[in-house]
Every structure is written in structure tokens, then in C-alpha cells.
Design a protein around this ligand. Structure first.
Ligand SMILES: N#Cc1c(N)n[nH]c1-c1ccc2c(Cl)cn(Cc3cccnc3)c2c1
Length: 250
């Protein structure tokens, strides 16, 4: 998968050189190109913003640098097995990033990301890009960031980890929160008995039993309990009247 990111803060994307995503790049699974929007300005001050027409606070990102940047991205990546990328634009008014959307995006050969700043990008950029490539505005959630870079890091991680070969053990992707509608079960490791000062904390005995059926059942019940307690909105209504109804869920 090729990823192109356009931003006025290229260094914000440095974390894409680290950990599993960084290894995926070195392994050739991900081909990431970060572009500085200011490269595509045409004035000595490398201007990317201006005051909002119609008045209002803050600044708006000018359309011309974005049009030039996106044209460069399309020209640079034309050999990707797709003539154009799917352009993802983080925005507070976008569709929510969900695990289902991450799976959809993981099927694409080429994604491009437009990281806006200030009060946003001139709306005509979305129209101009939409005439040339699929465009989706995506939001991380109902809170406000200062720009799109943090969202792109999250989207790239959520999508990249789904690509074959990125996460060492693909089984670890299965019973994760949001993968199948339930939150994940609690995990433990050695020591089985942790003497924390004068407090002794033990691992649930079932995990030491060697009874894999009992362990699986316990873990599933933990997932149901946690989901009911923290994210009841994720549960189908039938589940809340069935097995969960008897659970003492605080
Ligand atoms: N994704 C996402 C996301 C999220 N979940 N919250 N905020 C954002 C986000 C993404 C992109 C931009 C751009 Cl471009 C400018 N801003 C600042 C801003 C703040 C309030 C209203 N208008 C613009 C962005 C905020």
C-alpha cells in the first residue's frame, strides 16, 4: 500500500518511522511519502493561508497550493495499480473512524491524506479533488483537535496494522476491542502472585488451570461484562436481556 501525506508540519508524521508501521515501511509493505504543502506555494513567503471570505475568526487554507500538491501526488504515484488515490481528509465534521472503516481502507492500494490546519481548507479544494479521485472526510471522534496530523497518525496505524505481515501474530487481531463488537478481555502475565508492598495481587485462578475451554469461557464473559459496563451502546439489545442480565455489572 502506498500512502501520501500532505501537511505543513512534515515532522509531525515522524512517528510513522517507528514501531510496527516503521517496520512495515522497511519491509516494503507500506510505501509512505510525506509532502510539505509549502513546497507547492508560489510566493516568497510560502503562503498557505488567508483570511476567511465573509469574515470570521482565524485563517483558511488557500486552494492553489492544495491543488498543486494533490496534482503532484497523483502524478508521483500513478504506477500504484490505481490511477488515483482515495483521498482521506481528517475533519471534525467527517464520518467517524471505525474498525469497519479501517478494514475498508486497508483494502485500497493507495491512500492520500490531506492534513489541514487553521480553521480548515477552502471548500473548493474538496470539490476540485472530488472531480479527480474519491474523497472521504474522516473524524477521530467528537472532540476538537488543532489540525489533521494527529488524525492521520491514528488512521495510518489503524489501517496499517490490518495489512498482512504488519502485526507478527495475526491471531492477536481477532479478539480485540471493536473487532467483533465487544471490548477486549483483561490480560495478565507473570508473576502469578504479585507482592505489591504488603498487598498481594493474584491472577484469576482459571488462567492457571490449563483448562482452555474454561479460560475461553471466562474471557468471553469478561468481554461481555466490560462491554456492558463501559460501552453498552456496542451491545445488541438481545444481549442485554440474555446472559448479561444476570451479571453483576458495576
Ligand atoms: N479528524 C479530526 C478532528 C477531530 N476529531 N476534531 N478536530 C479535528 C480536526 C481535523 C482537521 C482540522 C483542520 Cl483542517 C483544522 N482543524 C481545527 C478546527 C477546529 C475546530 C473547527 N474547525 C477546525 C481541524 C480539526
Amino acid at each position: 500500500m502506498r500512502l501520501d501525506v500532505v501537511t505543513i508540519f512534515p515532522d509531525y508524521l515522524a512517528p510513522l518511522d517507528l514501531s510496527l508501521i516503521g517496520k512495515a515501511r522497511r519491509d516494503g509493505i507500506l510505501d509512505v511519502h510525506v509532502h510539505d504543502l509549502r513546497t507547492f506555494t508560489d510566493d516568497r513567503h510560502r503562503t498557505v493561508d488567508d483570511s476567511p471570505l465573509g469574515g470570521g475568526a482565524g485563517m483558511v487554507m488557500k486552494p492553489e497550493p492544495w491543488a498543486r500538491a494533490l496534482e503532484h501526488v497523483v502524478d508521483a504515484g500513478a504506477s500504484q495499480g490505481a490511477p488515483v488515490p482515495h483521498l482521506i481528509v481528517p475533519g471534525p465534521g467527517g464520518v467517524p473512524l471505525t474498525q469497519a472503516l479501517a478494514h475498508e481502507l486497508a483494502q485500497e492500494p493507495w491512500l492520500a491524506f490531506a492534513c489541514g490546519r487553521y480553521e480548515g481548507i477552502d471548500e473548493r479544494v474538496y470539490e476540485h479533488a472530488g472531480e479527480r479521485m474519491p474523497v472521504t472526510i474522516v473524524s477521530l471522534g467528537d472532540y476538537v483537535l488543532n489540525g489533521g496530523e494527529v488524525a492521520v497518525l491514528a488512521i495510518v496505524e489503524a489501517v496499517g496494522r490490518l495489512l498482512p505481515g504488519v502485526v507478527g501474530n495475526a491471531e492477536s487481531l481477532v479478539e480485540e476491542s471493536h473487532e467483533d463488537g465487544l471490548l477486549e478481555y483483561p490480560v495478565y502475565t507473570r508473576p502469578a502472585v504479585w507482592a505489591d508492598g504488603d498487598v498481594v495481587r493474584e491472577v484469576p485462578p482459571v488462567l492457571l488451570s490449563g483448562n482452555h475451554g474454561a479460560i475461553a469461557a471466562w474471557r468471553h464473559e469478561q468481554r461481555l461484562e466490560r462491554t456492558a459496563a463501559r460501552r453498552p451502546d456496542l451491545l445488541p439489545t438481545s444481549a442485554t436481556t440474555g446472559a448479561l442480565a444476570d451479571l453483576d455489572v458495576r
